[in-house]
Design a protein around this ligand. Structure first.
Ligand SMILES: Cc1cc2nc3c(=O)[nH]c(=O)nc-3n(C[C@H](O)[C@H](O)[C@H](O)COP(=O)(O)OP(=O)(O)OC[C@H]3O[C@@H](n4cnc5c(N)ncnc54)[C@H](O)[C@@H]3O)c2cc1C
Length: 451
């Protein structure tokens, strides 16, 4: 049997899952090339005053048991099940046990009546046969004009971009996929009244019970996601997978016997190259075709990321709170120090992801923004009113959640076709899944793409 040589570009979670799957092929030789000096991509935590701090909320959430077993094996069993204690804020009010915007917080009853009326009309008409062209159209078509507009305003607050500029499938990346605008009882009875309403409306999870067979886990060795990244790399290597960090692909070309990949360090030969990252500009450059154009149709969601250290006892018992108030500074605030088991001399930390455009005053005066964020999290009762800010650090992160702007799908398809014309040995997938669960499930199909 001849050796099969697979090169994977990218050592994020996607590269990890693809490598695991390809290593199952008999006689497979799997090499991961990664430009960064660390393994794990976006999951690799920051070091902030000796604390390991994830760049945002990163959990192995709602994953299949088969993936949880792999994560546990890598962690030597050092994981805990996460019992999400989430909350959301809208119109200055906090809804416990709910992670979407709760429009029941609106003071104006007539607005809620209008939303109800529009929803019932939509339910009667049935879903439109014309697919929405933008996320804004999706909101309006799913929730009605009034709630749709409110959701578009919330979207702009969280992502700093108009929902009308984004492709509709971006909804899967947001916490805006369902609507709650009344109290729990009323929502449940509306949901029960119609199959379409059941699909588009939300009720608080605690009133619905456990809805699936997935698990949510998190490392408990006190090193946050970095703990997993640092263990996963040698674990892969112990399975014969070669991991090459700090290595950049320069050119890729097809020869009669396979692919020749030149990096800044050496020349490799491979039967297939799996592009397990979304940097199409770099792939285009290495093949001598244009990938930059497709890249321009992606939006990065810049954020200020604020780490606030305070006494652990002053942090309320919660996982995260999402503040959907358009006027708020913070979006998602997490008790990351507590659920990652990091308390030092009584001090732990919370993190806040704060949407912010690089052109704004807030971006320039990020230190001042972190003081305002502290006041806001106090107001939202995330920390006790008498909590003191022991220390804080603010990071400017220009790219967090990547969203497909209008036309991205068409551009990426064109790009993929151009790659396929050059070589069929570079494996690209049209749809790049967002959540770890979906990345893992997608990787289970990868053997079929190369064998
Ligand atoms: C703030 C935030 C929070 C999130 N939280 C969750 C969560 O809780 N649960 C969840 O399921 N999902 C979450 N996600 C989604 C997350 O993006 C995925 O779950 C997953 O970790 C992404 O993995 P990836 O490998 O696709 O991308 P990345 O982690 O970005 O990895 C891509 C890797 O490819 C490398 N690379 C880029 N270009 C090249 C090149 N030319 N050659 C070689 N290497 C290259 C990069 O350096 C990087 O290491 C979150 C995303 C963000 C932004």
């Amino acid at each position: 049997m001849t050796t099969k040589r697979y090169v994977i570009a990218g050592a994020g979670f996607r590269g990890f899952c693809d490598a695991l799957e390809l290593a199952k092929i008999p006689q497979a030789e799997v090499t991961i090339l990664e430009t960064a000096p660390f393994f794990g991509g976006v999951m690799y935590s920051l070091d902030v005053d000796g604390f390991a701090v994830d760049k945002g909320v990163h959990v192995f959430d709602s994953i299949p048991k088969s993936l949880a077993e792999i994560v546990n094996e890598i962690m030597d069993g050092k994981t805990s099940e996460i019992e999400f204690i989430s909350a959301s804020a809208y119109n200055g009010k906090v809804t416990e046990g709910f992670s979407l915007p709760d429009l029941n917080s609106l003071d104006d009853r007539s607005l809620k009546d209008r939303i109800r009326h529009e929803l019932l009309t939509l339910a009667k008409q049935g879903p439109s046969a014309i697919p929405p062209r933008s996320l804004h159209e999706l909101f309006a078509g799913r929730f009605g004009q009034t709630a749709g507009r409110i959701y578009s305003d919330i979207f702009r607050k969280v992502y700093g971009l108009e929902a009308s500029e984004v492709e509709p499938q971006a909804v899967a990346q947001t916490s805006l996929h369902r609507l709650k605008f009344l109290g729990d009882e009323e929502m449940l009875s509306l949901k029960k009244s119609d199959a379409w309403l059941d699909f588009v409306l939300a009720a608080r999870r605690k009133s619905m019970g456990k809805v699936d067979d997935l698990v949510s886990i998190y490392p408990n060795d006190g090193l946050a996601m970095k703990g997993w990244c640092d263990r996963a790399a040698p674990w892969l290597e112990s399975r014969g997978i070669k991991l090459c960090l700090r290595e950049t692909i320069k050119t890729v070309r097809e020869t009669p016997s396979g692919l020749v990949i030149e990096t800044d360090k050496r020349r490799l030969e491979a039967d297939h190259l799996l592009w397990s990252n979304d940097n199409v500009g770099a792939l285009g450059a290495s093949l001598g075709i244009d990938g930059e154009t497709a890249d321009k149709f992606r939006y990065g969601t810049p954020m200020l990321f604020i780490v606030m250290m305070t006494h652990a006892t002053k942090i309320r018992d919660f996982t995260y709170l999402q503040n959907f108030d358009p006027a708020g500074i913070t979006y998602r605030t997490a008790a990351a120090g507590i659920f990652s088991h990091q308390i030092r001399d009584g001090i732990s930390f919370i993190t806040s992801e704060c949407p912010c455009l690089p052109s704004s005053e807030r971006w320039k005066n990020a230190e001042a923004a972190s003081k305002d964020a502290w006041e806001e999290v106090k107001h939202l009762k995330i920390v006790a009113p008498d909590a003191t800010l022991v220390n804080s650090k603010v990071f400017r992160i220009p790219i967090t959640f990547k969203l497909a702007k209008l036309e991205y799908s068409a551009k990426i398809q064109e790009f993929n076709e151009r790659v396929a014309k050059k070589t069929r040995r570079v494996v690209l997938r049209n749809v790049v899944p967002f959540f770890r669960r979906d990345i893992y499930l997608d990787s289970l199909t990868v053997r079929g793409l190369v064998e």
